[in-house]
Design a protein around this ligand. Sequence first.
Ligand SMILES: Nc1ncnc2c1ncn2[C@@H]1O[C@H](COP(=O)(O)OP(=O)(O)OP(=O)(O)O)[C@@H](O)[C@H]1O
Ligand SMILES: Cc1ncsc1CCO
Ligand SMILES: [Mg+2]
Length: 267
Amino acid sequence: MENQIIQNLQAVRKKNPLVHNITNFVVMNNTANALLAIGASPVMIHAHKEIETIVEISNSLVINIGTADDYWAESMLIAAKKANQINKPWILDPVGAGISTFRNDLLKELLTYQPTVIRGNASEIMALDSFSHIQGKGVDSSHQSNQALQAAQNLNQKFDSIICISGASDFVVDNHQIVEIKNGHEMMTKVTGLGCSATAIIGAFIGLNENAFLETISGMSIFSLAGELAQQKSNGPGSLQMNLYDILYNLSEEEIRSHLRISVYEN
Ligand SMILES: Nc1ncnc2c1ncn2[C@@H]1O[C@H](COP(=O)(O)OP(=O)(O)OP(=O)(O)O)[C@@H](O)[C@H]1O
Ligand SMILES: Cc1ncsc1CCO
Ligand SMILES: [Mg+2]
């Protein structure tokens, strides 16, 4: 597994995938910088009249509903529909799933366009599966990632999407395997939008368009590992954000081999 993750990181740095993001106002800058640091090219565009063209020329699409309103929701639907039509890999970040009818209705419609990957925290993945009253604390999780495993399996079966649950352990679930990544640091929850950045980084890896399951594992594990290594150099959330870019940019094969904690289970 480590070998494939290292190969995928090298491939992202070499291929420099163009990643189209329709994301939230809070994280637009952080996620664009994270994508540049990993070696991808971000483009953050949401005007209805140009979306289809951008989806066509990009290697992958990231949709994050964090601060969606009616105009942006339509942008997301146009993009997801196009990506689905032309088999462009795309990832959905269901920020705040369960909070409101507006958010749930948008998510239900987006899911009809079969995201390649869905990445959320535990509360979001559970809400997405049931659309019941399961709620996090706004956009933060009030559940542990392992509590969302059944919901992830249900979602995988319903939509044929790869499901990634972030948290103290990150899990990547498809119909054959569950992969657990035990990297990261609690301090990562004190910087806004590091989940959104994880989604964007996975978005860069699925732009390789070879094996979306391995690419999702690669993106998530590299991001959590980078967060963990960045925390070791930091005094708090501010320096963690700054060090994270440097670590994403410089992360070496040796660091991956010596620090990654990853387990594979049959599903
Ligand atoms: N308790 C923890 N211990 C270690 N790493 C963690 C912990 N909680 C989150 N992380 C890491 O933080 C990153 C973001 O995951 P998180 O689950 O906080 O996303 P999120 O809730 O969607 O965040 P946001 O909505 O702010 O973008 C992931 O890399 C994850 O592994
Ligand atoms: C804080 C916040 N509010 C809406 S989106 C967002 C970024 C983290 O998901
Ligand atoms: Mg989130």
